[in-house]
Structure formats: structure tokens, C-alpha cells
Write a protein that binds this ligand. Structure first.
Ligand SMILES: CC(C)(COP(=O)(O)OP(=O)(O)OC[C@H]1O[C@@H](n2cnc3c(N)ncnc32)[C@H](O)[C@@H]1OP(=O)(O)O)[C@@H](O)C(=O)NCCC(=O)NCCS
Length: 163
């Protein structure tokens, strides 16, 4: 059977940061931000795969600028790489204060695995990569996947040696 090919999917969301989302010096909790990024990334992954998708790993999570109470943040995700049953979603967060200027304040690569109703990984469409930007992003995704495979080997050794 020929494998389905699909253009990238995207997802985005905006929110205002309230006191409940912040620590005692008024900046947003990292864990809260990861939760929102995971949700937007998960919507993006599901739009692409058309199945359930679970988060398998989060790579290169960076918090570049503090987000303050009252800031508006925008979370945007897009699929940049696909394997057979897994995909990588690049997720960026920008903030805006009282001017229209938007500043990138966080980003990460979320790896999702498509699963069926029994939780078993299932095949996904192949990402169509055409523009120069899409090719560069795909190569970044491939580098991340290669690194993950090395880390998985190291993790297996750690398990075997009870480190
Ligand atoms: C993710 C999960 C479904 C993978 O199941 P599995 O049986 O180990 O999967 P397999 O080894 O058959 O691999 C299936 C695919 O997932 C990828 N994968 C598995 N573990 C991964 C990880 N930690 N990071 C990235 N990709 C991973 C594999 O590379 C493979 O991709 P490919 O088909 O594109 O090459 C399983 O580990 C799981 O359910 N984890 C918990 C997910 C979860 O609850 N997330 C919420 C956070 S609490």
C-alpha cells in the first residue's frame, strides 16, 4: 500500500498570563508553559496524523526570556519531521507587552508518537518537504532523531548497569 503524504500541519493559541500562572516574583512558571506548549503541539500532531498522539519526549527546551504577569503569549507549532510512527513538532512561544513588538521567549521540539485506541504505535503520513525553510527544518528534525537514538542506547546501558 502506498504511504499517504501530507503538507505540514500547524496549531496556535494565545493567552494572557495571570497571577495563577506565575511565581512569587511575577514571572511565568516553566512547567505551566511546557504544559501549554505540549497541548498546542499535541493538537498540531493530531491534525497531521489524524490519530491520537502521545508525547514521547521533549527536546531542546529553552526558556530564553522571562514572561511577566500581564504579558500576552502566543504559542505556535508546526510539524517539521516525520518518521514511520513518530513526528517532531517545533513549538515557539512569543510574548508581547504593551507594544506590538513580539519577542521569542521559549521554544522546544516535541516528539509525538501516533497510537491507536489500544495505545499501540501506528503508521502516519509522510511529511511533504518542498521549500528551503521546510528542508532546513526537516534536517533539524533528523538531527534531533539521530541524537535521540544515541541517547536511547546510552539509557539502555545505564539500565543494564543499574547506574
Ligand atoms: C511513546 C510510546 C507509545 C512508544 O511506544 P513503544 O512501544 O516504545 O514504541 P516503539 O519502540 O515501537 O516505537 C514507535 C515509534 O516511537 C518512537 N519513540 C519511542 N520512544 C520514543 C521516545 N522516547 N522519544 C521519541 N520517539 C520515541 C520510535 O522511534 C518509533 O518511531 P518511528 O516508527 O517513527 O521510527 C510509549 O513509550 C508510551 O506510551 N509512552 C508514554 C507516553 C505518555 O504517556 N506521554 C505523556 C507524558 S506523561
Amino acid at each position: 500500500m502506498t504511504r499517504l503524504k501530507r503538507k505540514t500541519s500547524v496549531a496556535s493559541s494565545s493567552m494572557m498570563v495571570f497571577p495563577n500562572d506565575t511565581n512569587d516574583f511575577g514571572t511565568m512558571y516553566g512547567g505551566k508553559l511546557i504544559e501549554i506548549m505540549d497541548m498546542v503541539g499535541g493538537i498540531c500532531a493530531r491534525r497531521f496524523t489524524g490519530t491520537k498522539a502521545v508525547t514521547a519526549s521533549i527536546e531542546d527546551m529553552q526558556f530564553n526570556k522571562p514572561i511577566n504577569k500581564g504579558d500576552i503569549i502566543e504559542i505556535s507549532s508546526k510539524v517539521i519531521w516525520t518518521g514511520n510512527r513518530s513526528l517532531i513538532v517545533k513549538t515557539k512561544v512569543t510574548k508581547e507587552g504593551y507594544t506590538e513588538e513580539k519577542v521569542i521567549c521559549a521554544r522546544a521540539y516535541f516528539c509525538f508518537v501516533a497510537i491507536n485506541m489500544e495505545g499501540v504505535p501506528v503508521g502516519i503520513p509522510e511529511l511533504i518537504v518542498e521549500s528551503e525553510k521546510e528542508i532546513k527544518n526537516y534536517n533539524i528534525g533528523q538531527e534531533i532523531r539521530n541524537r535521540q537514538m544515541l541517547e536511547e542506547k546510552r539509557f539502555q546501558i545505564e539500565l543494564e548497569q543499574n547506574l
